[in-house]
Ligand binder design. Sequence first.
Ligand code: SF4
Length: 587
Amino acid sequence: MWILRLNMNDRTYRLSEVPEAYKNLGGRGTTSTIVHDEVPPLCHPLGPNNKLVFAPGIVTGTAAPTSARVSAGAKSWLTGGIKESNAGSSWASYFANMQIKALIVEGQPMEKGKYWITHLTWDDKAGKPKAEFLPADPYTGKDLYEVFPKVYEQFGTRAAIAGCGVAGEYGYGNSGIAFNDLGKRPSRYSGRGGLGAVMASRRLKFIVLDSKGAPGVPIANQGLFDQGAKKLAEALREHAITKPKGGLNTYGTAVLVNIMNEAGGLPTRNFSSGRFEGAAKIAGEAIFEGVKNRLGKEVYNHACSPGCIIQCSNTWYKTDGTEHTSCVEYESDWALGANCGIDSLDDVAEMVRLCNAYGLDTIETGTALAVAMEAGVIPFGDGKKAIQLVHEMGKGTPMGRILGGGTDFAGRAFGVTRVPTVKRQSMPAYEPRAVKGMGVTYATTTMGADHTAGYTIAPEILSVGGKVDPLSPEGKAALSRGFQATTAFIDSTGHCLFIAFAILDIASGFEGMMEECNGVLGTNWKSEDAAKIGGEILRKERAFNEAAGIGKEEDRIPEFMKYEPLPPHNQVFDVSDKVLDSVYGEL
Ligand code: SF4
């Protein structure tokens, strides 16, 4: 296995062996450790001393089900703290098959406005990966839907692509890194935290991979690995949420719209209510029925990346039956729909498409638009005007740059007090006043408000992995801590976090995940080690943030949530600061 460093100052690369201390790391564990060890915490995220790190999960590239994930990490331009954001793509599998444990992008060319492509292939003779650097001039300043086919033309249809859009080139806090899906769309994202701008600030536009001839991931104990993969696959095929034609495969992640609305926890019109009267029109069920009407047949969802059993990615179609966009995820549907008071799936789908085209995070885009709506820039519910504002972000107009700076930045520009951010990152689609464990995760995670960092929705709303009252503040520190630690481990394995539904309810599935990791690494981890290993990763992330000036004082929910009761439950966020401090205080 290799550590591959790209030096963007002189466009050279260096391969080195993986240090002993990194051998059992993967995904988030790898990116957060390298950022912790190598990035000066006080550096400017877009300056020459930040580093962008990519790492496949421990089992990525193997036959482990639903495991083609890659983590991207750096000091975040949005939060100023450590960031890890992972995506599913064939890019991840190729990367792992080339036996690259981590790719570290370093340096910053002096020349502004000139971007590069790194092409990574497998050098058969040398038995290692090789990199070449090519100018990216034809691809800069353009829509990613327009340039992806041209990149495939240049490098061949086998290639896999990671890259930033114009949002990254403009230096937006709201800019992600796009990866190809299995349909070659620029639609899978390490979306959060401004990593697109960090990539663009190294003047790196695309990393194109072709793993032809690569040896694949070494497996220390094939029998144990196979046994684990079988157990996990069985659990995924059995659980109601993850099985074929189950909740996610039929309705996609947007199956949560009606569920969260019913629970009074669907943030609506810039977090001013927990219920949206138009929820049923944008719900996963409406997507399924709408597609059936427009195509004249039932369509179940597809996989975003190789080897996924769950297959939750949907496609929305226009009235003439041609594709509009893929994929309308729950978070995107909510951010650009309910949170903006918009109940048209066509308008939501168009904004999702534009976010993919420009390299924007759909969550941060929707929450920034809602803050602008609150300020009276455009009315709540006006989908057509919202689409125009997303275009302004893509064109880099002054208004577009204010919105592209992110929700917190837009709130300051417009003088809005109801700004739903923690550590300058906007909250996703779960209202902290209606689901208090999720509020604790938003407040305390190292990532800024992030649902994927500790998804307590599982027991609080879905009765997965137990059953907990979402409105009660009791016991939520321990709940969130446990979820955050276990999640940091799952993010390191390379599995999609959606396996959690099955492995929390089916113990053999959890065992299977651990056996897969032990099979690859030759370790002897038990199920109870997952939270310990995850806890170590959280401690490193926390140490980086503290050194960057982000201490426990920033582990707080926005003030308005403590004094504005949220309909329909009319609750405020009433978890005390002392309890919030205990999440990491007792880690
Ligand atoms: S469950 Fe959905 S998001 Fe996760 S890997 Fe599969 S298709 Fe992609």
